[in-house]
Design a binder for this molecule. Structure first.
Ligand SMILES: NC(=O)C1=CN([C@@H]2O[C@H](COP(=O)(O)OP(=O)(O)OC[C@H]3O[C@@H](n4cnc5c(N)ncnc54)[C@H](O)[C@@H]3O)[C@@H](O)[C@H]2O)C=CC1
Ligand SMILES: O=C(O)[C@H](O)CS(=O)(=O)O
Length: 477
């Protein structure tokens, strides 16, 4: 593969050293099927070694002044930005998303490292009044300890940065298991972390099968916190595996985002918001709109315009100029999308555009209207480029439909009536709500869900607290 070789790492990073294993696994380009690299296949033993290294590095790292930790994180941020183009190319090759989106993701990932570098210096405890005059209460905020991260393939850079930035800023050390489809971005980021001056053992990356690496991370008693982004199904497994050691958990799981368009919405803006919320990363983001509820009076106009825009999206290899829709990550993803479209059309939905497999794992940007509210696509996360439109008449009906899900990650709505904006925003049972926008992710806002989309918040000042414990000191004076 053509790539800046200093960032093409194929071994695990354990205790500051690149660790080769005899067993390897292939990483392929979803656009071409080309094998890009053969990566170290770590098992439980390597994962234990990484956890031990993180444990050994903990006393030094937590005792490092916040200002010095911040300086190293800042340097990591600068290196990520300096090598943005190289990492983006690697990311597109292993993940498939268009190069412009990969460039955006690397900057997004780096923004978390920058943000938490700044927040590291603002960790502050409290001094409280004791009920007795001769005592004082001090509240310290201390790093939890050794942390683990298990990350998905849809944002191979950002999901690691969002977890590692917060953990390292707090003074924790970390072991990361990247998704097996996309370990190369993780390893490139790790190479830059070493260049930035992170001490050995503070940040470790162990690629390998979930059943071995993931299970060790979840069960090992030295790990005090696990942060996972991925499916709700795996989130449940990890929660059960973490129960015996009572690890602190952050789970950012599946979504099934509703996107409501009220009749006073600016339709052009709503269509552009829908394109952004639905089709970026070919629909493979946890906050992608999945179900569109459109007020009956404007439904047909919105549907026609959305179909027209979706049909214009350029599909192809993400490395090619102007491509807006890359391949889906794998055959399983393609099968899920195909199943959702077949189910909806079998139940009477109308295909306004798309609905075709375009070869490889490409699926045409699709818009379905007249989707019955009980179709699979309205109940399950599709994770693909399909918009499912359902008509509604009243605000109450739209809210009820939107909330009729076990998921509660992201929701969107378009409308201008300010009273309704507040009513609807407050009524939606979701952790994040985009109002008149299809994009809300950044390093400052708290990212996370409710219900079976998980718990815990990432990014933002709240994200740091997930890696800190409170300690109460009672001082008699
Ligand atoms: N919330 C999100 O951003 C994501 C949601 N998903 C959802 O999950 C569906 C299936 O995608 P998958 O890639 O199969 O998701 P997944 O949940 O299986 O994979 C995500 C990560 O979890 C790891 N993992 C899988 N099984 C594990 C286990 N038993 N123990 C520990 N770690 C484990 C994987 O290796 C990967 O690193 C998607 O169609 C989508 O609906 C998938 C990826 C990201
Ligand atoms: O998990 C995230 O940070 C988001 O899915 C990124 S984006 O899709 O909103 O850009």
């Amino acid at each position: 593969m053509t790539f800046a070789s200093d960032l093409l790492r194929q071994d695990a990073l354990i205790d500051g050293r690149w660790h080769a294993t005899t067993a390897r696994f292939a990483v392929t380009d979803p656009a071409t099927g080309e094998v890009l690299a053969n990566v170290a296949r770590c098992g439980r033993a390597e994962t234990r070694a990484a956890i031990d290294a993180a444990e050994a590095a903990l006393p030094g790292w937590r005792a490092t002044p916040a200002k010095s930790r911040a300086a190293i994180l800042r340097r990591w941020y600068e290196l990520l930005m300096a090598r943005r183009a190289d990492i983006a190319t690697l990311l597109t090759r292993e993940q498939g998303k268009p190069l412009a989106e990969s460039q955006g993701e690397v900057a997004y990932a780096a923004s978390f490292i920058e943000w938490f570098a700044e927040e590291a210096r603002r960790i502050a405890g409290d001094v409280l009044e004791h009920p007795q005059a001769d005592r004082r209460i001090l509240v310290l905020k201390q790093p939890i300890g050794v942390c683990a991260a298990i990350t998905p393939w849809n944002f191979p850079a950002a999901m690691i940065a969002r977890k590692a930035g917060a953990a390292l800023a707090a003074g924790c050390t970390m072991v990361v298991k990247p998704a097996s489809q996309t370990p190369l971005t993780a390893l490139a980021m790790a190479a830059l972390a070493i260049d930035a001056g992170l001490p050995a053992g503070v940040f470790n990356v162990v690629p390998g099968p979930a059943g071995e690496v993931g299970t060790e991370l979840a069960e090992n008693p030295t790990v005090r916190k696990l942060s996972f982004t991925g499916s709700t199904e795996v989130g449940r497994i990890l929660m059960a595996q973490c129960a015996p050691t009572l690890k602190k958990l952050s789970l950012e799981l599946g979504g099934n985002a509703p996107f409501i368009v009220f009749d006073d919405a600016d339709l052009d803006e709503a269509v552009e918001g829908a394109i952004a919320a639905k089709y970026r990363n070919s629909g493979q983001t946890c906050v992608c709109a999945n179900r569109f509820y459109v007020q009956a009076t404007i439904h047909d106009r919105f549907a026609a315009r959305l179909a027209e825009r979706a049909a214009q999206l350029k599909v192809g290899n993400g490395l090619e100029d102007g491509v807006e829709q890359g391949p889906l990550i794998d055959e399983a993803a393609l099968a899920k999308v195909t199943r959702h479209v077949a189910d909806a059309t079998a139940r009477g939905a109308r295909l306004l555009t798309g609905g075709e497999h375009l070869g490889g794992t490409w699926y045409a940007p699709t818009v379905l209207s007249d989707v019955p509210p009980d179709a699979l696509i309205t109940r399950e996360e599709t994770f693909g480029p399909v918009s499912a439109l359902v008509k509604f008449d009243t605000e109450e009906e739209a809210i009820a439909l939107a909330n009729a899900s076990e998921f509660g990650l992201a929701a969107y709505f378009y409308g201008r009536d300010i009273s309704r904006v507040f009513r609807v925003a407050e009524a939606l049972e979701y952790g994040m709500v985009g109002i008149n926008t299809g994009l809300f992710s950044n390093e400052v806002g708290p990212f996370g869900g409710v219900k079976q989309s998980g718990f815990g918040r990432e990014g933002s000042r709240y994200g740091l607290t997930e890696y800190l414990e409170l300690k109460y000191l009672c001082l008699a004076i």
